[in-house]
Write a protein that binds this ligand. Structure first.
Ligand SMILES: Nc1nc2c(ncn2[C@@H]2O[C@H](COP(=O)(O)OP(=O)(O)O)[C@@H](O)[C@H]2O)c(=O)[nH]1
Ligand SMILES: [Mg+2]
Length: 448
């Protein structure tokens, strides 16, 4: 009796299988043609996102060797900026000492410190002594550091609580949400930054590894660049499930063209039309546009940025941020300013306006970029200005195009020189500017 009960469904399955195989045999030509058509369609679709190779490099290092710092040349309207909490004083001092040692002792740019609460006397007293340029301490207004007007703050706090309980990194910290919203939009119009056209964002607990012997603001202006970065990382998917859809909808609504940088941020769907458009809600993958293609989550890591304030103050960017703000996503999800900046840049700018500061050695948290030192005389071994910047890392070969660091104090063979952290995706975002694609891996990523 029991056996018969078990055999019945088995018989049913084998019957279905037999019918299915019969169906396959009967319509094999039609099915083969369907598979071929789908494969062709999907390949053509993926090709739309392949990144064309420019005939020359569109973004080279500004310098690939030490310079005698041009201390007498004129300065740009620019400032270093650090948002920081009073209790982070020691880590903030570490950053300031490092940037002074490696750059600002020659160029004396002002440092603007921003805080959401009043500064303690101790912070101001000790910090005043550290930089060689002017120091400004500014306190943000409640309007700059809060929920958007009209938002239900209690509902937002409940969302934040839920994100904390769900283990989303920083999702449960209200202040972190304010910080991300601030850096996404309000930052660019704070009165303390009004005199400036350029900013260099720094953070507590940052280390610069190499001497920066030229003025990056001047070079950004000279080379018509808008945004400079050191490291690009893959975002944690759960922090911002609907952000990409919002931004891609904004792009479509305004009929903005697809730039090569946007392509570099897309993983084309491998689902054939017409299922592609449905795939995002069928499989609920998140991070997809309304056609089913996904953001690969790659973004510039925004704790280092050297960028044009005017670009971010501009109408298009500010409109984007306002529209994002209206959705409440800075609180109901944990949208990061790094993602907002990166997707906006990709949407609004051609890749040639972006500069990868591959010669700047940078370390924050667990991430590092460590350039290989330039060889021999390129280190200016007899320079008086550089005597305090003694490298301990070995120099690279004369013919190595990556050996561009100036007196770097990190081991490129071990750390960022190899870019071996799996979450780095710097190669992907630099692809649109590269005329030389060195390996098959690079070629493959243009397709995927
Ligand atoms: N004044 C102030 N600064 C903050 C606050 N939260 C974060 N920051 C600053 O914002 C920047 C990013 O914060 P951090 O904790 O380093 O975030 P992470 O780099 O994403 O891990 C740092 O410069 C912090 O000092 C805050 O509540 N008040
Ligand atoms: Mg940080």
């Amino acid at each position: 009796m029991l056996l018969r009960n078990i055999n019945l469904p088995r018989a049913g399955i084998s019957h279905i299988l037999r019918n299915f195989l019969r169906f396959l045999r009967q319509y094999r030509i039609a099915l083969l043609l369907l598979v071929l058509a789908a494969t062709l369609e999907v390949s053509l679709h993926a090709r739309k996102y392949s990144i064309p190779r420019p005939d020359h490099d569109l973004d080279k290092p500004f310098y690939s060797r030490c310079q005698e710092p041009a201390v007498n040349q004129s300065r740009e309207d620019a400032a270093l900026v650090m948002l920081v909490r009073n209790w982070e004083l020691e880590k903030a001092l570490k950053t300031v000492h490092s940037i002074e040692k490696h750059f600002n002792k020659w160029f004396h740019y002002p440092i603007v410190f921003l805080n959401d609460v009043p500064w303690t006397d101790e912070f101001m007293e000790r910090m005043k002594e550290a930089p060689s340029g002017e120091v400004v301490f500014d306190v943000l207004t409640p309007e700059e550091w809060s929920f958007p007007a009209g938002m239900d703050a209690e509902a937002a706090r409940e969302s934040i609580d839920r994100q904390g309980k769900a283990g989303i990194l920083y999702g449960g910290l209200e202040s972190y949400h304010h910080m991300c919203r601030f850096f996404s939009g309000k930052f660019y119009n704070v009165p303390a930054l009004r005199p400036y056209k350029w900013y260099w964002r720094i953070e507590p607990d940052v280390e610069f590894h190499c001497a920066i012997t030229y003025d990056p603001f001047l070079e950004m202006a000279r080379h018509d660049k808008v945004y400079g970065f050191t490291i690009a990382l893959t975002e944690l998917p759960r922090t911002c499930p609907t952000l990409f859809r919002r931004i891609s909808d904004f792009k479509e609504a305004r009929h903005l063209p697809t730039t090569t940088l946007w392509k570099a941020m897309i993983s084309p769907s491998w689902v054939p039309w017409p299922l592609r458009g449905m795939s995002s809600w069928l499989f609920n993958t998140g991070h997809t546009d309304r056609h089913g293609d996904s953001w690969n989550l790659c973004h510039y890591w925004s704790n280092f940025e050297i960028a044009s304030l005017d670009f971010f103050r501009g109408k298009e960017y500010q409109e984007l941020v306002r529209s994002l703000d209206n959705t409440g996503g800075f609180y109901h999800e944990r949208w990061g300013d790094a993602d907002v900046h990166s997707l906006a840049l990709a949407m609004l700018l051609d890749a040639r306006y972006i500069h990868h500061f591959q010669d700047i050695g940078y370390h924050h948290d667990i991430f590092t970029q460590c350039p290989v030192n330039a060889a021999g005389e390129k280190q200016l071994p007899r320079s008086e200005s550089l005597v305090e910047n003694q490298p301990w890392a070995p120099e690279g070969r004369h013919d190595d195009p990556n050996a561009i660091g100036c007196r770097c104090e990190c081991d490129a063979a071990v750390r960022g020189g190899t870019m071996d952290y799996s979450g780095y995706c710097t190669h992907r975002l630099t692809l649109p500017n590269r005329a030389t694609r060195r390996s098959w891996v690079d070629l493959a990523v243009t397709w995927f």
